[in-house]
Write a protein that binds this ligand. Structure first.
Ligand code: ADP
Length: 425
């Protein structure tokens, strides 16, 4: 089972308009591939070229070593099945009749169904949960039911490769997961090659082993989900600011959009804000300010610390120190350089030990360089200071130096303080 597809410099256009502009890729036996990309990027068109419904203007599609035009239709239909986007039948067939059409490439012309054909039809209806609908006319089905019948027809075709165009689009959440689990088990148990156009990036990430990101008729990125679903790629292609978080069960990247109204640079304050944090003290504020379009940097953060993880997911410029090491003079200097180039600095309510005392000194440096400094929860410093009083003493100097003190890491209050400080300068 399984099937190999090779695409070389594929070019396709409707009329004069080029839609696929030089696509080259290889799909191996037993692959589970997701084709993703924004609307109009050519995903359906690509799938229809693979299924020989459309003919390329240039380039080649080679299936199991043989160029596509050399395949006879019936022979190809025994190798590839396409589940399109709910194409309506012209007649109100019953579900069973519709699924039975999947057997046409296996049945002799004018021949009759054999027991193997009946078994394949029944199995396909059982697998897709539409056996109980077998006597219903397809016009009476819901969008989700019809989609399952189309999959059943493709499964009845018993091909080593399934091409699916947004197979989950009309399905509710339960059926989406069920369908993808079914495809995964067919792929794993029977080595069926699956090539699927997917709208939902998070489901694509969890189920597909390899993704091709199409954009403007070209492959913008390809590889495993970790390589393709990066903040940069999503921003380039979907023009949307997102956070990438690992799925709690399997660690696959999950894409969390940040509201488009909030994405893009904040027009009111375009300078960078440098955040001094650690131990999770700065994470909520970093996320809030990031979501509102502020440009941020952070430091010095220990690798593996939760603030470090947040800054990394947000793609911030930051100074990192090795885990459990005190801040080295070199890292401290790099932190000061970031502060020097920032428009304002925020000191989060960090726990202070001898190892990260330089971070509080860095806040003092910000004041010396006339950067507005916002200090969160200075009143609670005594309970967070484990340096024998050195940290608390530095906080007193911050107060004398004119830092703005806020009781909580509340983003609205921070923004208000920033604007009043920068307009008063
Ligand atoms: P996607 O599946 O990524 O949303 P499509 O492959 O459906 O993209 O469409 C790619 C481009 O081709 C779009 O600009 C679309 O308008 C155009 N297109 C799709 N089908 C046709 C068609 N039958 N005739 C003319 N243009 C088409």
């Amino acid at each position: 089972m399984g099937l190999q597809i090779e695409v070389k410099d594929l070019i396709f256009g409707y009329g004069g308009e080029t839609v696929l502009d030089g696509i080259s890729l290889t799909i191996g036996q037993g692959d589970f591939i997701g084709i993703i990309g924004p609307n109009g990027s050519g995903k359906s068109t690509f799938l229809k070229n693979l299924a020989a419904i459309l003919t390329p203007a240039a380039g080649e599609i080679i299936i199991d070593g043989k160029a596509l035009p050399r395949w006879r239709r019936r022979e190809l239909a025994r190798r590839l099945a396409l589940v399109g986007q709910g194409a309506a039948a012209g007649f109100n067939f019953t579900v069973e009749e519709m699924v039975a059409m999947g057997r046409y490439p296996h049945v002799q012309r004018f021949g009759s169904f054999k027991p193997t054909d009946h078994r394949a039809v029944e199995r396909a209806m059982h697998l897709t949960g539409c056996y109980h609908l077998r006597e219903r006319g397809i016009f009476s089905l819901s969008g989700g039911e019809r989609q399952r019948v189309l999959l059943a027809r493709a499964l009845a075709q018993e091909t080593p490769c399934l091409l699916l165009d947004e197979p989950t689009s009309f399905l509710d959440l339960g059926y989406q997961v069920e369908l993808l689990e079914l495809l995964r088990s067919l792929n794993q148990r029977e080595r069926i090659t699956v090539v699927m156009v997917m709208h939902d990036l998070n489901l694509a990430s969890r189920y597909c082993r390899k993704l091709f990101l199409l954009y403007g008729g070209r492959i913008h990125a390809c590889g495993d989900p970790e390589e393709v679903l990066t903040r940069e790629h999503i921003l380039e292609v979907y023009r949307t600011e997102v956070l990438i978080e690992p799925h709690p069960l399997d660690g696959k990247p999950q894409v969390i959009p940040v509201s488009t109204a909030q994405a893009g640079p904040n027009q009111n304050f375009q300078q960078r804000i440098h955040i001094i944090g650690g131990g999770g003290s700065a994470s909520p504020l970093m996320k809030e300010l990031f979501a509102r379009g502020f440009s941020l940097s952070a430091g010095v953060l220990s690798v593996g610390d939760s603030d470090w993880a947040t800054a990394r997911r947000l793609g911030l410029t930051m100074v990192e120190e090795a885990p459990f090491y005190p801040i080295s003079p070199q890292r401290h200097r790099q932190n000061l350089e970031l502060i020097e180039k920032a428009g304002a600095v925020v000191l989060a309510p960090v726990y202070i030990g001898p190892g990260n005392l330089p971070n509080v000194e860095a806040a003092l440096f910000a004041l010396q360089r006339k950067r507005p400094l916002i200090v969160i929860d200075a009143a609670g410093v005594a309970g967070r200071d484990f340096t024998g009083g050195q940290g608390a003493a530095l906080y007193r100097r911050l107060e004398e130096g004119g830092a703005l003190f806020l009781p909580r890491p509340d983003a609205d209050a921070v923004i208000e303080a920033l604007f009043s400080a920068s307009s008063g300068q």
